[in-house]
Design a binder for this molecule. Sequence first.
Ligand SMILES: Cc1ncc(COP(=O)(O)O)c(C=O)c1O
Length: 181
Amino acid sequence: MARYAATTGAGIVSVPLTATFAHDLDGMLAKIGPSTGLVYVCNPNNPTASLTPRKDLETFISKMPPNCRVLIDEAYHHFVDPSASYVSFLDHPIDDERVIVMRTYSKVYGMAGLRLGYGVTSPALAKQMNTFMTSGSVNAVVVRAGVTNGLVTDVVRSYAILATWTIAAWLIAARVVMRRR
Ligand SMILES: Cc1ncc(COP(=O)(O)O)c(C=O)c1O
C-alpha cells in the first residue's frame, strides 16, 4: 500500500514494529505531523498476526490531529475471536469522521486475487474518496463471484446481470464474426 501511495507522489513515513511485532502506536503518533493525511493500521496485522488493543487504538485516534485520517485494515477480521484486545471498528464503530475501516472478501470467502472488498467511513470522507474512484474498478467477473456468494447488494447485482448479458452479447458477436472468416 505504501508503494502504491508513493507512486501518486505521497510522502511515506514508515514506523518499525515493536519487539513483539506489533504496531508501535506511540512511535506512530510521534511521526504524525501537520501534513499527515492518512495513517495505516492493519488489525489483525499481516504478516505478524499481532492484535492492537481497542483501548490503545481509541486513545491513538483521540490524539491524532484533526486533519489526519486513519485506515484500519480488517482484512483478517474473521480469523480472530472478539475479545478485550480485539474489537472491530466496523462492528463497533466510534463516532469519528476520520476513521476508515477496510475489509476484503479475499480471505474468508476464498476469493483471493479477485480484489473484491469495501471500505466504510463517514459520508463526508466517502464523498471525498469517491472523487478518486476509477470507473470499472471492480470488473464484471468479480461482481458475478460476489453475487454467487451472496456478498453484494441489489444495486451491484443489477450491474452484474447487465454486465453478464453484455459479455454474453460480445461472445456471441465474436463467434459470429469468427464463423464468417
Ligand atoms: C492486510 C491486507 N489488506 C488488504 C489486502 C487486499 O486484499 P484484496 O486486494 O485481495 O481484496 C490484503 C491482501 O492480501 C491483505 O493482506
